[in-house]
Write a protein that binds this ligand. Structure first.
Ligand SMILES: [Zn+2]
Length: 383
């Protein structure tokens, strides 16, 4: 519980009740403060950059947040990227199909509303903006999805609900329940209490890459929106107050694992100069695998693909010596290959069995474990 309206001090001592609909002026202020005060280094956008390759191929499409039309872009426009759980019913919706905003699944509709209210005209949603019936395009784009998230002005990560039908709590179309304050009297002392926020249990494996590569993330939890960049976090409950430090480090997590490793790697990527190559150490890589495998995926056989960006990031200069698709296969980047072989898992864990193995993963790969894995000695920098 958070104490409000008392004399208590400390990081969780005082907070404001959260309204059913998030204050869009607050969201705008967060984005404005981040873009004007934090001085995040930007990746250069040239013809040879990774996002430049996606643009040249003519496959960077985005939804117009006013009209709903999906349009192809040959230069980079400011856009919001959405990360959400697809759920079961979304498979019926073909991608690239023109519709109005109201015709999209609720989570996409609400993300368009949020993007528009922050004056960002475009929304990228993998399911809608990648031609799902074109295997060549999908194969090309998978290693570049991390670059699309990195190029977005803001990534919205939905940590609410189990599908696109849920909507994003705190928007006009999907208001939250009114938060109730509990009054407690202890002798002469009176306390007003609000429940702790929020739980990271809702974060899924597919959001790991978004957390690592996005420059800014707006997390939509069922009860609160939280803005995070590599410099720290803003949250609705603390209004404009900005707290520095890795995302999750000061959050009430109720026993869940906060995305500490994802936030650390994010800070490493976004605070170094672009030409440093963003190389991960062996230790970064195995810690990322440990955190990533602690999360669940809707479809267990996506385990390697949903980690593809981390694997290509660890693979040195992608596209030179090792084709990206070869790296994606088993989740072991070449220079950490042997280190990655030392994974272990606890016998007591229930295996998350794939429903069908469309992608072969050999038994030596950590991705075959189907459970949280760990590495006994991950202190060595060079494997
Ligand atoms: Zn920032």
């Amino acid at each position: 519980m958070n104490v409000i309206g008392s004399n208590s001090t400390g990081p969780n001592a005082e907070r404001a009740p959260i309204p059913p609909i998030a204050d869009v002026n607050l969201l705008r202020q967060w984005l404005y403060d981040c873009s004007t005060k934090h001085l995040h280094p930007q990746d250069p956008l040239d013809q040879n950059s990774r996002i430049g390759k996606v643009l040249r191929r003519g496959v960077l499409r985005a939804i117009n947040t006013t009209t709903g039309q999906i349009e192809t872009h040959d230069s980079l426009v400011p856009f919001v990227a959405l990360s959400y759980v697809w759920g079961q019913t979304v498979h019926l919706t073909p991608s690239l199909e023109s519709k109005t905003i109201a015709d999209y699944a609720p989570s996409i509709r609400d993300a368009a509303e949020l993007a528009g209210s922050m004056n960002i005209a475009w929304l990228w949603v993998d399911r809608m903006c990648i031609n799902q019936s074109d295997e060549t395009e999908k194969t090309f784009l998978i290693p570049y999805i991390k670059d699309i998230f990195a190029a977005a002005q803001l990534t919205i990560i939905s940590a609410a609900g189990d599908g696109a039908h849920n909507g994003l709590p705190g928007t006009k179309s999907t208001p939250r329940e009114k938060e109730s304050i509990v009054e407690v009297t202890n002798g002469p002392e009176r306390f007003s209490l609000l429940s702790s926020q929020p739980s990271f249990n809702a974060l899924r494996g597919w959001t790991f890459e978004e957390q690592v590569f996005s420059s800014r993330v707006l997390y939509i939890f069922p009860t609160e929106m939280i803005f995070s960049c590599c410099k720290g976090t803003f949250r609705e409950s603390s209004r404009l107050h900005f707290s520095s430090g890795a995302a999750g480090s000061g959050w009430g997590d109720n026993g869940a694992t906060p995305p500490i490793v994802a936030a650390e790697i994010n800070a490493k990527i976004h605070s170094t100069l672009p030409d440093s190559g963003h190389a991960l150490s062996a230790r970064d890589f195995v810690r990322a695998v440990e955190e990533y495998t602690s999360r669940s995926l809707t479809v267990e056989e996506d385990r390697v693909i949903a980690f593809a960006g981390l694997i290509t990031l660890s693979g040195g200069n992608p596209g030179s010596q090792f084709p990206e698709r070869a790296l994606l296969k088993h989740g072991h980047p070449p220079q950490f290959f042997e280190t990655a072989l030392t994974w272990q898992h606890e016998e007591s864990f229930q295996k998350r069995q794939p429903r069908n193995r469309k992608l072969f993963v050999p038994s030596w790969s950590w991705a075959s474990a189907g459970t949280k894995v760990y590495f006994l000695d991950n202190g060595e920098e060079n494997g």
